[in-house]
Write a new protein. Sequence first.
Length: 341
Amino acid sequence: MKLQQPLYSAASRVFGLPAIALLMACLGTFAPEKASAQDPEFTQFYSNPVYLNPAFAGAARCPRFVMNYRNQWPAMSGNYVTSAAAYDQHIPSISGGLGFVVMNDRAGRGTLSTTRISGIYSYQQAISRKFSIKAGFEATYFQKALDWSQLTFGDMIDPRKGFIYESQDKPRGGQVSQVDFSAGIVGFSKKVYFGFAAHHLNEPNESLVVGVSRLPMKLTAHFGALLPLDGDARYASAFISPNILYRRQGEFQQLNFGGYVSKGPIVGGIWYRGILGTQYRDAFIVTLGVQSDVIKFGYSYDVTVSDLTPATGGSHEVSMSLNFDCRSKRIKFRSPPCPGF
């Protein structure tokens, strides 16, 4: 049989289907011949720009190091913990940017874990005096692993004493390693930016058991602007940044819209994230950050508005970005005016 609902997916996070419970049902009951999976995500997608779109590699020109940590639904036993670290910079000798990303995602207190290591190259081209484009290509090696010893099954339960028996279910799973390819493009002027990214172009097989579990291609479109509130952009101290992001992976469609307001070093934002084509709602998001020329630090909280609202504990996310100085190297370069949160 074919399983239409993704095994390990952003949809399961949104719809209130704990990934490990779903995984157990699939492995222990359905034994599907084919299934699909989806990616973890970050609420502060611009705080990890090269994860959002490989075309952002080198977009800051100078060396940039970013770190992200997300704990989704901490009040539930099957919570999701995702962390990432990325480095990128523009390299004049190769006429483009280089980036590296390491990400780890753990579901069900480590029962299902995924580690990804990516290398990125991007190329920038000025189209006119006011408009430029960047195109990027990403190659990834990833490993997904299942710790069968942490799963529980119905035949382990005593009606009065709880989980006291050994399961008779035959252990399966282990780990799988694959390569993955992605690409993206970004266009921008001094105030407006937009982009499109296609991740998992080769749709690698992630199956941990017999059969095929393809990672569907993820398509992301994003658009935004950075608008001064107090005069010319070169001298303004306050900005508003409206943004919208659309994402599709398999049958799952997501829409984020909201914006940021900054005044000096302080940044605040509010967002709504919803699931298209269903009756499900996801979350309202509140973000607060501080920034300088060197460091940016952001915190966001996702207020769950689905039926799981009382039980999830929301989602906490922290980001930090370090921008190193390289002003002594005088080259003509344009950077997208994207927010850092």
